[in-house]
Design a binder for this molecule. Structure first.
Ligand code: NAD
Length: 492
């Protein structure tokens, strides 16, 4: 598979590529150059309905949901293997479409491989229970798939964030309709085609591309929709929860973040500085779990900020597919402008731009959606750059005076996804882990997550969790069965 060669992409419904009912298409641009990359079919409400109908038929007739999970285990392992064989090609496609570096994209694809393997291993282990009850009765539970599950994904980790919910839904025996982000649908479309090759029955894995308010809402409003998994912005997440509540379907929401990174003076400062860099400039800062607020003890404030800024200024920025590049472009012109708006706002309020902060004036970096790694110091705790998710390569720094002050600043946010702490003092590290209001904590490590561990946020960062054993169970329902096993009374 050569990523650049197949420039036309269709919807994927019922095990085949199919055009949209209106014939509408969208041209996707390479974010590194803003030149056309691919043309993709755009679905209508009618296509959404068709995808749901197809998925329901496949769920009812293909036997995918059948009692023997071994078939699903084998198919998902085959899919993992095929994806691993094509990892470089998928990584290139992801990099060209989203902008991330090839290294990051390869990491993403291998994460999806591991997610498929992990969930494949659970597909034949969805066990029920036997429950002691009064009388001559046997009470047991069955775990059954939900039916047709809907998955709506964002553009920052296109394949990872689609497959971390699609894979467990498939493992549990459901039929899936995925709507990737309009800007970044290419890897998901390729993935659905690969699933067919791996032996997943036609109609069990469908992908429709289209505008959220039209196609996404049509999927959610369809009476066949049995659950929704949404990863994206807080604003859209609120709308999704209204729609899911109206339909009374279970949902998971993985929304935004404004992650604090707390650095104490006794930390390994060299490692901490490098990790701060990866935690905010990885994926050009377009990460829900980005460590976008650096909280640094006042005694090392200026020295540590300079240390971080020195590394940031040296990062090699360029097209994700270029060798040696450490930070790619933002996903779109709109995203670049949005991020610049935040920086300008902070500057006008008196923030000190320690490094970066201005767009590239000319050359290839000006043509693409590039921004330099940016560090802002002297920001007010209630300023927009400290409170709001920027989703770009911008780090805001705040000094603190002690443990309580650090935690007060860290928790002063509507978000609660991932927080980090750097210290050699175990007691301090664990206190911070307990008192941070968030779903995930890193101690002396940059942000990390694994298919087998939960990924979850609290407050405005979301409801429920992805990954881990519970992710497969989410896509099942428990049915309770009571059997009267009382024998007729023996005479005599
Ligand atoms: P977005 O909310 O704009 O879009 C996400 C998806 O929702 C897209 O597929 C979009 O088409 C669809 N959508 C939009 N309106 C819809 C509607 N009314 N009904 C149904 N679907 C609709 O988010 P984005 O800009 O693509 O992604 C960035 C956001 O995602 C950031 O806020 C980021 O923090 C968040 N995010 C969260 C996590 C997490 O795990 N917590 C991970 C990655 C990204």
């Amino acid at each position: 598979m050569s990523a650049g060669s197949a420039a036309n992409y269709e919807l994927y419904i019922g095990g085949k590529e199919t055009g949209g009912s209106t014939g509408a298409r969208r041209t996707l641009l390479n974010p590194a150059s803003n030149e056309p990359l691919a043309s993709v079919a755009v679905a209508s409400r009618e296509d959404a309905r068709r995808a749901m109908e197809t998925a329901q038929e496949a769920f009812d007739r293909s036997g995918w949901a059948g009692e023997d999970g071994a078939r699903r285990t084998k198919a998902l392992f085959r899919l993992a293997q095929k994806l691993e064989e094509q990892a470089d090609a998928f990584a290139e496609l992801e990099s060209l479409n989203q902008g991330k570096t090839l290294r990051e994209a390869k990491g993403d694809i291998l994460f999806v491989v591991r997610t498929l393997e992990y969930t494949a291993g659970l597909a034949d282990k969805l066990e029920g229970e036997t429950i002691p009850v009064p009388g001559p009765r046997l009470d047991y539970t069955l775990r059954e798939p939900l039916g047709v599950t809907v998955h709506i994904a964002p553009w920052n980790f296109p394949l990872v964030l689609a497959m971390r919910s699609v894979a467990p839904a498939l493992a549990a025996g459901n039929a899936v309709v995925l709507k990737p982000a309009t800007l970044t649908p290419l890897s998901a479309l390729r993935m659905a085609a690969l699933a067919q090759v791996a032996g997943i029955p036609d109609g069990i894995f469908n992908v429709v591309v289209g505008a959220g308010p039209e196609v996404g809402e049509a999927l959610l409003g369809d009476p066949r929709c049995r659950s929704v998994s949404f990863t994206g912005s807080v604003e859209v997440g609120h709308r999704i929860s209204e729609l899911a509540a109206a339909r009374r379907v279970p949902l998971t929401l993985e929304l935004g973040g404004k992650g604090p990174v707390i650095v104490f003076p006794d930390a390994d400062l060299e490692r901490a500085a490098k990790s701060v860099i990866w935690g905010i400039f990885g994926n050009a800062g377009q990460m829900c779990w980005a460590g976008s607020r650096l909280l640094v003890h006042r005694s090392l404030h200026l020295a540590f900020v300079e240390q971080v800024a020195r590394i940031a200024a040296k990062l090699k920025v360029g097209a994700g597919t270029e060798p040696g590049v450490e930070m790619g472009p933002l996903v779109s012109r709109e995203q670049k402008e949005r991020v610049l708006g935040y920086v300008e706002g902070a500057r006008s309020e008196g923030a000190r731009v320690v490094t970066g902060g201005a767009p590239y004036p000319e050359g290839p970096l000006a043509r693409g959606n590039f921004l330099p790694p940016t560090v802002l110091d002297g920001v007010a705790p209630d300023s927009r750059v400290v409170r709001e998710e920027i989703f770009g390569p911008v780090l805001s720094v705040l000094p603190f005076d002690g443990l309580d002050d650090a935690l007060r600043l860290a928790n002063a946010t509507e978000f609660g996804l991932l927080g980090s702490v750097w210290t050699r003092d175990l007691a301090v590290a664990h206190q911070v882990a307990r008192r941070l209001e968030c779903g995930m904590v890193m101690i002396n490590d940059p942000p990390a997550s694994f298919p087998q561990s939960p990924f979850a946020g609290v407050k405005e960062s979301g409801i429920g969790s992805e990954q881990g054993r519970a992710s497969v169970e989410f896509y099942t329902r428990r049915k309770n069965v009571v059997v009267n096993i009382g024998l007729p009374r023996t005479k005599g």
